[in-house]
Design a protein around this ligand. Structure first.
Ligand code: SAH
Ligand code: F3S
Length: 467
């Protein structure tokens, strides 16, 4: 049997895209293997959001050129560099952008037939395509990613995504709801809706009321439809929302819909109004704090995590202090921190990258220290409480055999119990808080393990992941 290996860098969208490419290759007779060595086809699904990600691609491709395999580069670097990748790294056989991934099996067949190296990287602005989960009955992961939209119209001044993923295009709510329903019927229990600004969602089949505010969206209606129509869905998450589209209607949806998780990842980027303005984030610190508070009032117990960039051009020590104070004020329990990295095409390139590397490093460390302390304090408050846990896979922490996630996205480890396995929904009493996770004891099992579960989403993907 022919073999293929997918190596995934970057965000959830890429993990989703890699899963769909695996399905396409499997349908074409490939066996998927975990290591590139020995594979007939190697796909590198790339990220270009920071420079380090691109460097990793280069070193990985350098390593792979010795192997006797077709090497295909997909994703954001593919879109950004196109033909230039083939010029610089002639041992690459094909370059496929995010909107052309469905062409992968055809490209592989052409290359196998002796075709020369090729580039497929055009945005499908006229008739957008979306990659859909296969949803084989009994063969789905307990937690599945579903795309709602692609591209981004925000143009935050630091971000390359609008250039690598193109303008916003939305899937019809009918298609999204029916994919979720098929996944649930096939055994999925949690769905994570994906989009670059997922809550700016607008149904292409349903016009927005005339004169509606540009911040308005139809995301809350989509959530209500999914919960109403995909019976058996136990938990619904979405990532990542943009604070400016956190509409009153979305707040109401959080209050109404029990199925919505009690965790929202709400990227803030900075706590300084001066920096937020230069980042073109379109909200002030105060607006962000008020929206975060409103979310927590809508749903008791809801926790927030965020993304933060340190060392954006012109960020002073005072600006950074404002970020630390915002992290304390909002009380984030999870945080992805990044050092600013100048990216091609982005408006921020015009600003001087003037925060020294050492200073960026120190700010990042201070940020992590604070967020780790907040996470530890938060986890400690949970000892003795009960959590509803979706079991994801095996665990080796202490005496635990299984691990899963709570409604707030905390990881919990626990010992085996009847009915417990991937896909089970259990009530767990939290007995101990570790640095980054919880330990607990299964009290009852509301929904037993799926019969033939595949492992849950690979949140941390494959051999190479960006740190
Ligand atoms: N909307 C996307 C975010 C894309 S990028 C989503 O759904 O997740 C993910 C994060 O990378 C951003 O929130 C930002 O914090 C960080 N990032 C983006 N561009 C960056 C840059 N040039 N330098 C450093 N970090 C960056
Ligand atoms: Fe990037 Fe801002 Fe869009 S971070 S993906 S331009 S919301």
């Amino acid at each position: 049997m022919k073999t293929a290996c997918l190596v995934t860098f970057g965000c959830q969208m890429n993990v989703h895209d890699s899963q769909r490419m695996e399905e396409l290759l499997r349908a074409d007779g490939f066996e998927l293997v975990p290591e590139p060595e020995g594979a007939d086809v190697i796909v590198l699904n790339t990220c270009s959001v920071r420079e380090k990600a691109e460097q990793k691609l280069r070193s990985e491709v350098g390593r792979l050129k010795r192997l006797d395999a077709l090497v295909i580069v997909t994703g954001c670097v593919a879109q950004q560099e196109g033909e230039r990748l083939l010029d610089r790294m002639p041992y690459i056989d094909a370059v496929i952008g995010p909107d052309n991934l469905h062409e992968l099996p055809g490209v592989v067949r052409e290359l196998e037939g002796g075709a020369p190296s090729m580039v497929r990287a055009t945005f499908d602005t006229e008739a957008p395509r979306f990659l859909v989960n296969e949803a084989t009955p009994g063969g789905v992961a307990s937690s599945a990613y579903v795309t709602t939209m692609k591209g981004c119209d925000e143009r935050c001044s630091f971000c390359i995504v609008p250039y690598t993923r193109g303008p916003e295009r939305y899937r019809s709510a009918d298609d999204i709801v029916s994919e979720v329903a098929r996944l649930v019927a096939a055994g999925a229990r949690e769905v994570v809706l994906l989009g670059q600004t997922v809550n700016s969602y607008r149904d292409p089949a349903v016009p927005m009321p005339e004169g509606s505010d540009p911040d308005d969206s139809q995301f809350a209606s989509l959530l209500r439809r999914i919960v109403g129509e995909a019976k058996g869905l136990l938990r619904l998450r979405y990532t990542s929302p943009h604070p400016r589209h956190l509409t009153p209607d979305l707040l109401r949806a959080h209050a109404e819909l029990e199925t919505l998780a009690e965790h929202v990842h709400l990227p803030v980027q900075s706590g300084s109004d001066r920096v937020l303005k230069r980042m073109i984030r379109r909200y002030t610190r105060d607006e962000y704090v008020r929206r975060a508070d409103a979310l927590r009032s809508a749903r008791k117990g809801l926790v927030l995590s965020t993304d933060i960039i340190v060392g954006f051009p012109g960020e002073t020590a005072e600006d950074f202090d404002a970020t630390l104070s915002l992290v304390r004020e909002v009380g984030f329990v999870g945080l992805f921190g990044f050092k600013y990295s100048p990216r091609p095409y982005t408006p921020a390139l015009k600003l001087r990258d003037d925060v020294p590397e050492q200073e960026k490093q120190q700010r990042l460390e201070a940020l992590f220290e604070l967020s780790e302390a907040q996470l530890r304090a938060h986890l400690a408050t949970l000892v003795g409480t009960r959590a509803r846990v979706l079991v994801e896979g095996p665990s080796k922490v202490g005496a635990a055999t299984w691990a899963g996630r709570t409604e707030r996205n905390e990881i919990v480890h626990f010992e085996a119990a009847p009915g417990v396995g991937p896909g089970a929904f259990a009530t767990v009493e939290v007995t101990r808080a570790n640095k980054h996770s919880l330990e607990g004891r299964v009290e009852s099992v509301a929904v037993p393990a799926a019969e033939k579960p595949r492992s849950a989403i690979r949140r941390v993907a494959l051999p190479l992941v960006e740190a």
